[in-house]
Design a binder for this molecule. Structure first.
Ligand code: PMP
Length: 361
């Protein structure tokens, strides 16, 4: 089978080993004679998947003991609403860091629920870099501060996170969770859709500090209440069984391939290859993000003129590269280099870029 070089932004490529195992187990899940999609979520087998997957995440991300790991549905977009519904209560104010399209969506949803302030923004820089947060003093008494660790569309990523002191820091890590090490204890809540670094779409991972659960009001719908999901260990209602199963396989694959540190080492080399092809091109290719904010996950770039860029996309497709067209909000080109994208695939892309420049530049 000739698999394309997959640079899709999400849903994104999955490790081949994981797909093969899922194929092998699809009709008979570990001797049950049934597919994993056909067994009860109350069964011993599914409970095992659920708890094992939670443990794997705790292990891989070194999650301290005072945190819960939850598997919810509705994508990261539901988290844009759930975060303020649970925590923007009693007339309090939340601080949002505005770094691009996805934080903008989180801000819009929170604004429907309560009062927010923009604590930092890179709008004036047209989101080519992440807003400066070192040294920003956050108003005490804020309900929380929210940021997006990696803006998937603009291709910008935080290296260091702000110190918000006693104010709970909440992060959307949808497009870079498990791609690099970080201290979970600096955050009160982390959320991430699975479909980039963890598995297929359909499940969203939440890592939440347990003490936050106590203050959640009782009068919000149960399905949107983190405390209810934590109390039921993510089995409050029918979970996305197949997606959690796939996340389980991907996490084992990460564990077998050097853990998060191994992913980070490889991701740096992969990003260096593609940014290298941009930087060595003498202006034929141009990166869209400021150098200091460049994302290791989403490389956004352009070809110096629109006609050449269209030709680049056509030629790329003919040569087996998929997913290189940028998001409609940012335009141009984007190569997403999530964990499952191999070094060899990135090398092939960098070589193709150099070859294209030699032929058409
Ligand atoms: N946040 C970020 C950073 C994203 O990249 C995305 C999806 N691309 C979302 C949120 C929205 O996720 P979902 O489509 O799962 O709701």
């Amino acid at each position: 089978m000739n698999k394309p070089y997959n640079f899709n932004a999400g849903p994104a490529g999955l490790p081949l080993e994981v797909l093969l195992q899922a194929r092998d187990e699809l009709l008979d899940f570990r001797g049950t004679g049934l597919s994993v999609t056909e067994i009860s979520h109350r069964s011993k087998q599914y409970e095992e998947i659920n708890f094992e997957t939670q443990q794997l995440l705790q292990e891989l991300l070194d999650v301290p003991s005072g945190y819960e790991v939850l598997f919810l549905q509705g994508g990261a977009s539901t988290q844009f609403a759930m975060v303020p519904i649970n925590f923007l209560t009693d007339g309090r104010v939340a601080g949002y860091i505005h770094s691009g399209t996805w934080s903008g969506k989180a801000i819009a949803e929170a604004g429907k629920v309560g009062k927010i302030v923009i604590a930092a923004s890179s709008e004036a820089d047209r989101y080519k870099k992440v807003p400066e947060v070192q040294g920003v003093s956050f108003r005490s008494g804020m309900a929380y501060v929210h940021l997006t660790s990696n803006e998937t569309i603009a291709g910008i990523q935080y290296r260091d996170f702000p110190d918000t002191g006693d104010i709970p820091l909440i992060a959307d890590m949808s497009s870079d969770i498990l791609s690099r090490t970080f201290e979970v204890s600096n955050f009160a809540l982390i959320y991430a859709g699975a479909q980039k670094n963890m598995g297929p779409s359909g499940v969203t991972v939440i890592i939440i500090r347990r003490d936050l659960l106590d203050g959640i009001p009782d009068n919000i719908p149960d399905i949107l209440n983190y405390r209810i999901h934590a109390k039921n260990r993510s089995l409050f209602h029918t979970p996305p069984v197949f997606s959690v199963y796939m996340v389980n396989l991907v996490l084992k694959w990460i564990r077998n391939n050097g853990g998060v540190e191994g992913m980070e080492r490889r991701n740096r080399l992969k990003a260096d290859l593609v940014y290298g092809a941009i930087d060595d091109s003498g202006g034929f290719f141009g990166g869209l993000a400021d150098r200091n904010s460049r994302s290791m996950m989403n490389v956004t770039f352009r070809v110096y003129n629109d006609e050449q860029e269209k030709l680049f996309l056509r030629q790329a497709e003919l040569n087996g590269f998929v997913g290189l067209k940028g998001h409609r909000d940012a335009g141009h080109l984007r190569a997403s280099l999530y964990n499952a994208v191999t070094y060899e695939q990135c090398k092939a892309l960098a070589d193709f870029m150099r070859h294209f420049q030699q032929s058409f530049g």
